[in-house]
Design a protein around this ligand. Structure first.
Ligand code: G3P
Ligand code: MG
Length: 348
């Protein structure tokens, strides 16, 4: 059932109210920004005068592939207000502290357009983040289904010999833009001798030997909602593919660590950020919050929120097809504006 559409006149902002908004399928559909999203941003920031104090909120997406600062700028334009750096969690943002441990270590980073994964990694302090194009330039036979793109000539790094220097970890930070190439590289490295390209561990096919390099995926979504009529495949489809190929090749389960919604580290990271935001808006002591996650994906937003102890509102503008959701939200609303109205009334 939809929330009542009672127009809110100026009201006292409920003191504990806070929001975490999913982006795709809630605030945006592909490049299209939902007009309800812009109205909600004006309402919660206090800009339209209907609330007597701003409400702490942040945007929390399983998307990524651009630096947090760049995404903040782009979303500020989309939403029609200046977002602060502590109002945005992308899929890879909570990975920043893990990645920083590899500041001086050669690693492979995957995902996003062109060299985007390197830009993201460098924004988290990594100095030796390599991308597939660096490897292809070093040895084109690594992936013979495509030619090295000469337009990438000035962007590739040549300060490493991959035949003598191992890659110590793999971070998949966004959707792969070349599944065949990236799947081939990850599959090879996970069977390699300590991350050295062109090698294989002798006993890799018999039993899990713990010799695999650490592998992270930042987003588990099998599906997501763009501006296309039916759902699109997300990074979860890519990790499923990599796992299937690895299992077929070795008989083993691909070992990796998953970040992103619905996983708890992502919610803990966002929760801490939201409390800092509340303190920034209202001063210390304002951190006692009731957080409402507004999301379109029961398997991501809603499951994670319920599991973390937040309230959750499921909207009908994204991947949720209607019917009994796989994870039950506190409420189901037609769109983000009605979701927010319901949450406010629930807190009054
Ligand atoms: O690639 C993005 C997608 O998987 C989900 O984005 O904003 O709905 O968490 P979002
Ligand atoms: Mg979504």
């Amino acid at each position: 059932a939809a929330a009542s559409v009672r127009r809110l006149s100026t009201i006292a902002t409920p003191r504990k109210l806070a929001f975490a908004f999913d982006i795709d399928g809630v605030l945006k559909q592909g490049k299209h920004v939902l007009p309800q999203a812009r109205r909600v941003m004006r309402l919660l920031s206090g800009a339209d005068g209907r609330l007597d104090a701003p409400v702490p909120f942040l945007l929390m997406t399983n998307g990524g592939g651009v630096t947090d600062e760049r995404r903040r700028q782009l979303l500020s334009k989309d939403m029609g207000l200046e977002l602060s750096p502590n109002q945005l969690v992308q899929s890879h943002t909570p990975l920043a502290p893990v990645m920083a441990e590899y500041a001086d270590t050669p690693v492979l980073v995957v995902g996003g357009k062109g060299f985007a994964a390197r830009d993201v990694a460098e924004s988290y302090g990594l100095k030796r983040a390599y991308v597939a194009q660096d490897i292809l330039h070093w040895n084109p036979s690594v992936w013979d289904k495509a030619k090295f793109d000469e337009r990438d000539h000035d962007l590739v790094r040549r300060d490493i010999d991959f035949s003598t220097t191992p890659l110590r970890a793999i971070f998949v930070l966004h959707d792969s833009y070349d599944w065949g190439r990236d799947l081939t590289l990850i599959n090879e490295l996970m069977q390699s001798d300590g991350g050295l390209l062109g090698t294989t561990r002798a006993d890799r096919r018999s039993q899990p030997d713990g010799g695999e390099i650490p592998l992270w995926f930042s987003n588990p979504d099998l599906e997501w909602k763009s501006d296309y009529p039916v759902v699109r495949l997300g990074m979860g489809a890519f990790s499923t593919s990599v796992s299937a190929v690895y299992a077929a090749a070795t008989g083993l389960t691909l070992p990796f660590t998953q970040y992103g919604k619905p996983h708890r580290p992502t919610y803990a990271f966002a929760d801490a950020m939201l409390r800092r935001r509340a303190a920034e808006l209202r001063g210390p002591g304002a951190e006692n919050l009731n957080v409402y996650m507004i999301g379109d994906n029961p398997l991501s937003d809603i499951w994670g929120a319920n599991n973390y102890g937040w309230d959750s509102v499921l909207v009908r503008t994204g991947v949720y097809p209607g019917g009994e959701p796989s994870h039950k939200p506190s409420f189901i609303a037609d769109d983000v504006e009605l979701a927010v109205q319901w949450a406010i009334e629930n807190e009054l």
